[in-house]
Design a protein around this ligand. Sequence first.
Ligand SMILES: C[S@@+](CC[C@H](N)C(=O)[O-])C[C@H]1O[C@@H](n2cnc3c(N)ncnc32)[C@H](O)[C@@H]1O
Length: 248
Amino acid sequence: MKAMTLENAYAQVFAGMTRQGPGSVSSTRKALSLLPSLVDGTVLDLGCGTGASTLVLAAELGRPVLASDVNPASLDAVNARAAEAGLTGRVTTVTASMDAVDQPADSAALIWSEGAVFTVGVETALKHWHPILKTGGIAAFSDLCWFGAERPTDALAFYDDVYPAMKGVEALLAATFASGYRLHAVFTQPDSDWWDEYLAQVVKAVERNRADPDPYVQRVIAICDRELDVMSRFGWALGYAFVIAQKV
Ligand SMILES: C[S@@+](CC[C@H](N)C(=O)[O-])C[C@H]1O[C@@H](n2cnc3c(N)ncnc32)[C@H](O)[C@@H]1O
């Protein structure tokens, strides 16, 4: 049996969730609609989870998509979902960290990542992707941000624990520029991307696992309970920004 770690506990609790972070098909499509025309080259979906965005990219872009994540069980789900959607030939998967993607320099037209750059930090991710992208290539990613100047105490305490590098939107854009990109477009994702698409699944996942005595599983459950509480009281102060940036 695999030794339990916090990462494995997340994989257990979130298993079967079709979306592993806030987002929606309509936000993915909106971001796609804002892309400039793509140069030739590969399309990567990094930190793809169980493939929520991968399936949309593969269906809408008409190019093969290489999807990767550190969790191999999630990639099994991506492959199964791609097969079910008739997209098998368009999606390949590889287990990799998004800051150690083994791709040739100057090869990618588009690097996509929804709700996952926080795992390595936005600057680390963007700097690693920069040489892989072709000139004019696009990095499209969503990241959790503070929307205004207010940082409600309980929300700040929670995100200091789970995402201490969380920034305001302006600071996120400044980090993007400093990593060698210019802004093509940015938008904030609607509340329904949290509540209808993601947290509704989290509530069910937590209840499925609440009786599991494993201390790591209990930690994940405690984090999810806090997230639900913080979002229900302070959702106005924070959310996801979708950034579309072009390599310069
Ligand atoms: C919040 S989920 C988002 C997943 C997916 N993009 C979605 O929207 O459903 C974050 C994902 O990042 C993955 N992850 C964690 N560390 C990673 C890393 N270093 N490199 C790539 N992915 C990572 C997790 O396994 C998880 O699938």
